[in-house]
Design a protein around this ligand. Structure first.
Ligand code: ATP
Length: 259
């Protein structure tokens, strides 16, 4: 069974068909990139998948379970987590506290044992801390554990966003332009991290990305949108050679689209 199945999803804004009858699958443990020229409908499709917008038609399923039209919170509870935006990072809080908070948000409501400081709650707090430290190691931010988030450099903040999303224990991680604003060294580190998440943790990742270096080096498959429609799908090499894709990107050198 696929991790994510999108069947015939459409969304219209007034006279504009932002997403038109898009069908795609993301298999378990795959990294799939969604690409396309500006205005192709990538963000809209992300919004439709994650509950930030409701599709006019079509279904979204996560491991067979219908999540169409659920709220973003409910979708996240099903295990489909979108990387949090930097605005959701608590700037004055140390990095580790941002992670711990994200872990607590995963638990729907505090239990009585948490309120009364019982042993089970202390055990859970210790486990949460251990998990948060492990995630910091994984994303390469361990040495910034006690640093207030506002002192991180831009590239480190982007990694913190991913770390926060990981604290929610996603089955499917959705990343919205994770390489935006990163320099090439940071981009390479991100590529390595995504591979580690897939190969080490078996995580499934769907990303929207303009950075073709990242897309071509990390994706198992690439899905191409243009004017709201899926025009191609395949391995990075297949997509790169696809005449329809080349035409869609014409006017912008494919390798440098939106660089
Ligand atoms: N809430 C909205 N109301 C009206 N039109 C919208 C809305 N959201 C998106 N659109 C329109 O839908 C189309 C697709 O936009 P979308 O942001 O999904 O494209 P995109 O592929 O993510 O583009 P980019 O790469 O520039 O971020 C655009 O023409 C956009 O103006």
């Amino acid at each position: 069974m696929a991790m994510l199945e999108i069947d015939g999803v459409s969304k219209r804004y007034g006279g504009l068909q932002a997403v038109k009858d898009v069908t795609l699958r993301v298999g378990k443990g795959e990294i799939v990139s969604l690409i396309g020229p500006n205005g192709a409908g990538k963000t809209t499709l992300f919004n439709l998948i994650t509950g930030f917008a409701r599709p006019d038609s079509g279904r979204v399923r996560l491991e067979g379970e219908d999540v169409t039209g659920l709220s973003p919170e409910a979708v996240a509870r099903h295990g489909m987590v979108r990387s949090f935006q930097i605005t959701n990072v608590f700037a004055n809080m140390p990095v580790i506290e941002n992670l711990r908070l994200a872990s607590y948000l995963r638990m729907r409501s505090p239990l009585l044992s948490d309120v009364f400081g019982l042993r089970s709650a202390r055990d859970r707090a210790a486990r949460t801390m251990k998990e948060a430290n492990g995630i910091l190691d994984l994303v390469g931010l361990a040495r910034f554990r006690d640093t207030p988030a506002k002192r991180l450099a831009y590239g480190q903040l982007r990694l913190l966003e991913i770390a926060i999303a990981l604290c929610v224990r996603p089955r499917l991680l959705l990343l919205d332009e994770p390489a935006a604003g990163l320099n090439s060294r940071e981009g390479e580190k991100l590529t390595e991290l995504l591979r580690r998440l897939r190969d080490g943790r078996g995580l499934t990742v769907l990303l929207v990305e303009h950075d073709m270096d990242l897309v071509m080096s990390v994706s198992d498959r690439v899905v191409v949108l243009n004017f709201g429609e899926k025009i191609a799908e395949g391995t990075p090499a297949e997509v790169k050679e696809n005449p329809q894709v080349i035409e869609a990107y014409l006017g912008t050198p494919f390798e440098e689209e939106a660089a």
